[in-house]
Design a protein around this ligand. Structure first.
Ligand SMILES: NC(=O)c1ccc[n+]([C@@H]2O[C@H](COP(=O)([O-])OP(=O)(O)OC[C@H]3O[C@@H](n4cnc5c(N)ncnc54)[C@H](OP(=O)(O)O)[C@@H]3O)[C@@H](O)[C@H]2O)c1
Length: 266
């Protein structure tokens, strides 16, 4: 029986993490760094958080670099990928954690705005597409590797005012797009490159703070969550590492829900 997880699953490998100035991307970057990957930390505006993540990786004996990455801009994406190759010499893992978190995408259908929806798709869906397209030739050149995208749990609530239960139509459509993109790309790139996604449920990140979601809506979502608590960013990171690692070598085209059982009946 092969022993896949020696705690250094990404030794000698190079990983790009987009949205790594954010809660989940940051946790993924730190976890990859702790297991030996050289991590290219892409941030848009969160330079301080990205620097903290790089410092945490270095303090744990790892290495990487942090640089600005705007996933809606092809030139920025190409430059980020090229700089990663130049600095670290290869590419093995791509994690697309950049996602637009905007109040305009957390409203009922009647209040949805076409322009905001286009912006959301440009980050979550087309942004993921752009970074994949820039990274794939290098992943292939270096022997394959793995892509992990970020979808989301959605559509399992009945309280139409509660966006935690993800009745938000545009957000659900964007994350559904990431699901379909992931499964189609997995077929397109097989057998060289594996493509999977994680679909986080309610993760202890920014709900009541940055996102201004009322506590009663969070509580309502947790009451529908069999495990009865929010997930931790580290639990998402662990799932991403599994999907990106050799232990996940027979897994492709999958969207793994990490949601405390939130959608068991959905
Ligand atoms: N937290 C949850 O409970 C949850 C649940 C389901 C799905 N998700 C998904 O998980 C992913 C990570 O979310 P999170 O919770 O970590 O949220 P977050 O802390 O807001 O992180 C998202 C990051 O995406 C980056 N970003 C946004 N627009 C970008 C752009 N145009 N170009 C490059 N980067 C951009 C932001 O960068 P800057 O900060 O540098 O501007 C931000 O740090 C997202 O796709 C989100 O939809 C999260």
């Amino acid at each position: 029986m092969e022993q896949w997880n020696n705690g250094r699953r990404f030794e000698g490998k190079v990983a790009i993490v987009t949205g790594a100035g954010g809660a989940l991307g940051g946790a993924v970057a730190r976890a990859l760094g702790a297991e030996g990957a050289k991590v290219a930390i892409g941030y848009r505006s969160s330079a301080d958080a990205a620097a903290e993540t790089l410092a945490a990786i270095e303090a744990a004996g790892g290495t990487g670099h942090a640089s600005r990455l705007e996933v809606t801009d092809r030139a920025s994406v190409d430059a980020f990928v090229a700089a990663t190759l130049e600095r670290h010499g290869r590419l093995d893992v791509l994690v697309n954690a950049a996602g637009r978190i905007d109040p305009a995408d957390a409203v009922r259908f009647a209040d949805s705005d076409e322009e905001a929806f286009a912006k959301l798709l440009d980050v979550d869906l087309i942004g993921t597409f752009r970074v994949c397209q820039a990274a794939v030739p290098h992943l292939r050149e270096d022997g394959g590797g793995a892509i992990v995208n970020f979808s989301g749990s959605y559509g399992n609530g009945t309280n139409q005012e509660n966006v935690v239960n993800s009745v938000a139509v545009t957000y659900s459509a964007a994350k559904g797009g990431v699901r379909a993109f992931t499964s189609a790309l997995a077929r397109d790139l097989a057998p060289d490159i594996r493509v999977n996604a994680v679909a986080p449920g309610p993760i202890a990140a920014n709900w009541e703070g940055d996102w201004g979601i009322p506590k009663e809506h969070v509580d309502e979502a947790l009451a529908m969550t069999p495990l009865g608590r929010m997930g931790m960013p580290e639990e998402i990171a662990e799932t991403v590492l599994y999907l990106a690692s050799d232990g996940g070598a027979y897994t492709t085209g999958q969207v793994l829900e990490v949601s405390g059982g939130w959608i068991l009946d959905g």
